[in-house]
Design a protein around this ligand. Structure first.
Ligand SMILES: *[C@@H]1O[C@H](CO)[C@@H](O)[C@H](O)[C@H]1NC(C)=O
Ligand SMILES: *[C@@H]1O[C@H](CO)[C@@H](O)[C@H](O)[C@H]1NC(C)=O
Length: 210
């Protein structure tokens, strides 16, 4: 029953993570106070289009009183740094738990740890590097599309790493059992990656329309 609930949650995540995005043009009022209000409204509108608006707003709260309106790319970059932090701290938590764990449960945790390492050290790190290139004003326009596609590929791969761990490997196999706390942490990692995907899609969509 617990597994059924969890599988349903993941199904919902997979569905909600694919969000339709609409481009919102930001206005640039001349007064700082008005501008910070415009920034807040713009962030709110962008976060509203993600699967987890409240968490997204938390990540982007640094811009709430700012006089600069962040670009969708900057917002994705911030969300990405939160994602990697969450994934990293979940990895540390699991490796601590591993010491006191035996048997089949230990195997499950080792498998998860392995997936999380790929997530942190390869997929999310590669995504951060690619977003960094895109943020650089010197990115040649010919290359932008391939960098966009790399980020989308790697962030999606990062999501798969985590779902591999929570839903478990090959079809037909029983889902692996994980302690509640670990499952919650992994779900949090998924939520944060989902926000990155949603914000980055807003950037990509805007780029292709311009
Ligand atoms: C965002 O969503 C909230 C809650 O649904 C709504 O009250 C608010 O007006 C929305 N804001 C923007 C800027 O879309
Ligand atoms: C923004 O400013 C308001 C009012 O000055 C303050 O209450 C709020 O905590 C500030 N938010 C952030 C994220 O700094």
């Amino acid at each position: 029953m617990a597994h059924l609930t969890i599988s349903l949650m993941f199904l919902l995540i997979s569905i909600f993570c694919i969000s339709g995005t609409v481009v919102v043009e930001s206005s640039k009022p001349s007064y700082p106070r008005r501008q910070s209000r415009a920034a807040a409204a713009y962030i709110q509108a962008s976060c509203n289009k993600t699967s987890y608006p409240a968490l997204c707003m938390e990540y982007l709260s640094m811009y709430a009183n700012s006089s600069t309106i962040p670009s969708p790319l900057q917002m994705s970059q911030v969300a990405l740094s939160f994602s990697i932090d969450r994934a990293q701290s979940t990895r540390s938590y699991i490796s601590k738990e591993l010491r006191a764990t035996k048997g089949k449960e230990r195997e499950n945790l080792e498998f998860c740890l392995d997936r999380l390492s790929v997530c942190v050290d390869s997929d999310l790190s590669d995504s951060i590097r690619e977003v960094h290139v895109l943020v650089s004003p010197r990115t040649p326009s010919d290359d932008v599309r391939s960098h966009i596609s790399n980020v989308q590929t790697w962030v999606s791969a990062a999501m798969d790493d985590v779902t591999d761990c929570t839903e478990s490997g090959s079809p037909g196999e029983k889902p692996i059992k994980l302690k509640g706390t670990i499952m919650v942490k992994l779900l949090n990692v998924e939520e944060s990656i989902c926000i990155v995907l949603d914000l980055f899609d807003q950037y990509a969509e805007r780029y292709y329309k311009s």
